[in-house]
Design a protein around this ligand. Structure first.
Ligand SMILES: *Cc1c(COP(=O)(O)O)cnc(C)c1O
Length: 378
C-alpha cells in the first residue's frame, strides 16, 4: 500500500495537482514547541481549517500527540472541532456575541471574553446554568480584541462582575513577536505581567508561535502556537527551526517551444527574447497560487529552478523550462517543496506564509502522511 492509500487522499477525484500534508511533521513541530515552552503548557491553534491544511486530519493527530487545548477563531469552528474531539478543551478567540451563550454551553466551548458586555452575557449564562469556564482577553498593544486598559481597571475594581464565571485563562496577544528587537514586545510583556498580578488565578497566556522564541519571560503558563506547527518560520530573517509540512506539486499539462516575438499569457506581459521551452502547469490563483507571483514565482523540477513567466491565471501558470529539457507533460513540478518552502514563496508573492497556507485551494488532491511515514523533508 502506498503512503497516500494508507492515510487517505481527499479532494476531487481527478485532480492533476497534489497537496501533500505531513502530519508527522506537524506532530514533530508540536513536540519541539512544547519542549521549548516547558514548563508552560502548549496548546495548538487550528483556526481557519488548521491554517488551510484540514482540521479534520490535523486536530486528531495533535490530540494523539498529547495536545489537550485547542484554539479556534469562530464559534462554528469550535462546534466543528467538538465533533472531532470529544474531550479536548476548545477555546474560541473571536468573542461571545449576543445569542451565542447557549451554543457555547451546549458544545462545552470556552469563550474568550473581550469586553465587559461579553463578561455580563457569560455571567448571566453561568448563573442560569452552572459555573462555566471562560478566557478573558486584555489588550496590551494590538488594539484589536480584548479589554482596553480602562475596562480592565473597572473589572479589577469590581470583581463581582465575574461572579459565577470559572475564569480559566487570561490572554493577550503580541503585535511584533516575529521581530525580537521590537520595543513593543517588552512593553506588552510588562503590561501583561502587571495585569496577571492584578487578577491572579487564571492561567496566563501571551505567546503565539513567534512569542515562544522570544524567551521564557514570554511563556507564562500556556503558549498557543499556530503557524509554526505548520512549518512557517517563527522569526523574520532567522533560520527556521520548524519542519516543513507542506509540499505542493503541480502537474505539467503541456510543453511547447516558442520564440521571439511571441508573448505568454494575459496582458502579453512576458515577451520571449529567444527560443524558450514553456510548460503550462495545473495551478492558478483560484488554487491559491497568488496572482502576485506573476513573473516572480519560482518552481522546481527536481533540483532545477524554473521561473514563472507571464501572469498567473485562474487555473494555470506558465514556467520557463528551457533549463529542464527533459520535463514532460505529466511530470510534477514543486510549487512548494524541499527547495522552496512556504516562506520563500510568500516572499516572492509579497506576503507571509500564513496567507500562502490559508489560500491553498480546494482543487488539489490532498494526501496526508501519517507520523509513521517519515518526513517530507530531512
Ligand atoms: C492566530 C492567533 C494565534 C496563533 O498565532 P500564530 O502566529 O499563528 O502562532 C494565537 N493567538 C491569537 C489571539 C491568535 O489570533
Amino acid at each position: 500500500m502506498s503512503r497516500s492509500e494508507s492515510h487517505g487522499a481527499a479532494g476531487p477525484p481527478h485532480a492533476a495537482s497534489v497537496l501533500t500534508i505531513d502530519l508527522g511533521a506537524i506532530v514533530a513541530n508540536y513536540r519541539l514547541l512544547r519542549q521549548r515552552a516547558a514548563p508552560a503548557r502548549c496548546a495548538a491553534v487550528v483556526k481557519a481549517d488548521a491554517y488551510g491544511l484540514g482540521v479534520a486530519a490535523v486536530a486528531p493527530a495533535l490530540a494523539r500527540a498529547g495536545c489537550g487545548i485547542f484554539f479556534v477563531a469562530t464559534l462554528d469552528e469550535g462546534v466543528e472541532l467538538r465533533d472531532l474531539l470529544a474531550d479536548a478543551e476548545i477555546l474560541v478567540l473571536n468573542g461571545l456575541l449576543n445569542g451565542e451563550a447557549a451554543v457555547y454551553a451546549e458544545y462545552r466551548l470556552v469563550p474568550t471574553l473581550n469586553d465587559l458586555g461579553q463578561i455580563r452575557i457569560w455571567a448571566t449564562q453561568c448563573r442560569r446554568d452552572r459555573p462555566l469556564p471562560a478566557a478573558l482577553q486584555i489588550d496590551t498593544g494590538m488594539s484589536r480584541l480584548g479589554l482596553p486598559p480602562s475596562e480592565f481597571d473597572l473589572l479589577v475594581a469590581e470583581p463581582e462582575r465575574l461572579d459565577g464565571i470559572e475564569l480559566r485563562y487570561l490572554l493577550s496577544h503580541l503585535a511584533c513577536a516575529d521581530t525580537p528587537d521590537h520595543p513593543l514586545n517588552r512593553m506588552q510583556r510588562r503590561d501583561f505581567a502587571a495585569a496577571v498580578r492584578r487578577l491572579p488565578g487564571p492561567s496566563a497566556s501571551l505567546a503565539a508561535s513567534s512569542g515562544i522564541f522570544l524567551g521564557a519571560d514570554w511563556h507564562f503558563d500556556l503558549v498557543r502556537p499556530g503557524a509554526a506547527l505548520y512549518g512557517v518560520a517563527p522569526l523574520v530573517g532567522a533560520t527556521n527551526p520548524m519542519s516543513q509540512v507542506v509540499r505542493l506539486q503541480g502537474k505539467i499539462l503541456q510543453v511547447r517551444n516558442v520564440d521571439t516575438p511571441q508573448t505568454v499569457g494575459y496582458g502579453a506581459t512576458h515577451r520571449f527574447s529567444g527560443p524558450t521551452r514553456v510548460a503550462t502547469v495545473a495551478a492558478g490563483y483560484a488554487d491559491g497560487y497568488l496572482r502576485s507571483l506573476s513573473g516572480r514565482g519560482t518552481a522546481y523540477w527536481g533540483e532545477t529552478a524554473l521561473p514563472v513567466i507571464g501572469r498567473v491565471s485562474m487555473d494555470l501558470i506558465t514556467l520557463d523550462v528551457s533549463h529542464a529539457p527533459e520535463a514532460r507533460p505529466g511530470d510534477m513540478i514543486d510549487l512548494i517543496g524541499p527547495h522552496h518552502g512556504i516562506d520563500a514563496l510568500a516572499e516572492e508573492a509579497g506576503t507571509i506564509g500564513y496567507e500562502i497556507l490559508t489560500s491553498l485551494g480546494r482543487r488539489y488532491r490532498r494526501v496526508y502522511l501519517g507520523p509513521e511515514d517519515g518526513a517530507l523533508s530531512g
